[in-house]
Design a protein around this ligand. Structure first.
Ligand code: 13P
Ligand code: SF4
Length: 349
């Protein structure tokens, strides 16, 4: 988990940001950002808060205010053990909910009223209950991109970085894997399971070695195509293509590497190649470029996550000043949801 260096004055903050972002943000803009970053970090200390930043945050936020940056799994681990009075989650709602589920004694704050996710919105707790009634005893593996009531109906959570490993550890011929159809199909391919869509699963009986999936999609990753990869490779033949496992299976297959957001960050840092195409939210390409100036990052930036982009420096400042928006959960739901997250953390040490 990466810890971020922080400054003690606006000028020092500006210099730190400039060192990282001088090639992508004009100085006039950087100075405005530096003032916000400095003030956020000052109040953060005063209020004994910790800021967790997902890899998709915009560059000045990502490089300026989080104490830790990372993917869903890494940030969950930090959230679970934090002793700060406040955990400010610069990510989307399901991530902040996960922090509250794991560490209920802390005030957990999300700097946006909604900050949803198309995957989390694709399934309800009732949908999961119906599948469980049809398949009693079959393990339900649910992607962390879900809300607390769905996690409460789940046996084990997973993230993009441990899904294959978790399914491989289950001693069961049939597994229910929800709600991301593409992530599940990518996992099914790697674990040798046959995919069964929800309608078929409700009408017939899932065969041996199968995975019952849901039809949720990430509204960002579903838009990347094999044609995008072909087109970029024909223009820049030496491009190394990285795809998040929420991309369609044919896109993942046509790529050179697939992994969680942090796995992609690490891959670029460790690779000897010099040009990369990232098929994921495009802020991440900027964040990687800032840390690896000798590498060229290509991004398809007309495809953005509107939910992650709700989190801004301006709103994070208000969030800390006014302690809003606080995450509150029903205690019964929280306790049930925690079991599925605890199991995931135990199974992915
Ligand atoms: P990671 O767990 O890989 O960071 O993914 C979270 C996410 O929402 C990707 O769209
Ligand atoms: Fe959800 Fe997709 Fe946005 Fe990630 S990128 S938060 S999966 S909508």
């Amino acid at each position: 988990m990466k810890q971020v260096q922080q400054a003690t004055s606006v000028t020092e903050t500006f210099e730190l940001l400039k060192a990282r972002l001088r090639d992508m943000v004009p100085e006039a803009e950087l100075f405005v950002k530096a003032e916000l970053v400095y003030e956020i970090n000052r109040i953060k200390k005063e209020k004994n808060a910790v800021i967790l930043g997902h890899n998709y945050m915009e560059p000045a936020l990502y490089h300026g205010i989080p104490d830790y940056v990372g993917d869903s799994l890494g940030l969950s681990r930090i959230a679970a053990t934090s002793t700060a009075d406040r955990i400010v989650f610069c990510g989307v709602r399901f991530m902040a909910e996960t922090a509250k589920i794991l560490n209920p004694g802390r005030m957990v704050l999300l700097p946006a009223k909604v900050a949803g996710c198309s995957l989390a919105a694709s399934i309800t707790a009732e949908d999961v209950r119906r599948l469980k009634q049809r398949y009693p005893g079959v393990p339900v593996v649910t992607y962390i991109n879900t809300y607390a009531d769905v996690k409460a109906e789940t046996d084990i959570c997973c993230t993009s970085s441990n899904a294959v490993d978790i399914v491989n550890q289950l001693d069961s011929d049939v597994v229910i894997c929800l709600p991301d159809e593409f992530l599940a199909k990518n996992v099914a391919r790697e674990t040798g399971k046959k995919v069964i869509m929800p309608d078929e699963a409700m009408k017939s009986i899932a065969p041996k070695d199968s995975m019952i999936v849901w039809n949720g999609k990430c509204e960002v990753h579903e838009k990347f195509t094999v044609e995008d990869i072909r087109s970029v490779r024909s223009q820049f033949p030496d491009t190394v293509v990285l795809a998040h496992p929420e991309c369609p299976p044919e896109v993942v297959e046509a790529s050179d590497y697939s992994g969680s957001t942090t796995a992609m960050v690490d891959f670029v840092a460790e690779s000897s190649a010099s040009r990369f195409l990232l098929l994921t939210e495009c802020s991440m390409s900027d964040n990687i470029a800032a840390e690896n100036p000798q590498k060229e990052m290509l991004g398809l930036c007309s495809i953005r996550c509107p939910h992650m982009n709700e989190i801004t420096l301006e709103d994070t400042l208000i969030c800390l000043q006014e302690d809003k928006y606080q995450i509150e959960l029903d205690e019964d739901v929280r306790l049930k949801a925690k079991k599925s997250l605890d199991r995931m953390l135990e199974m992915s040490k």
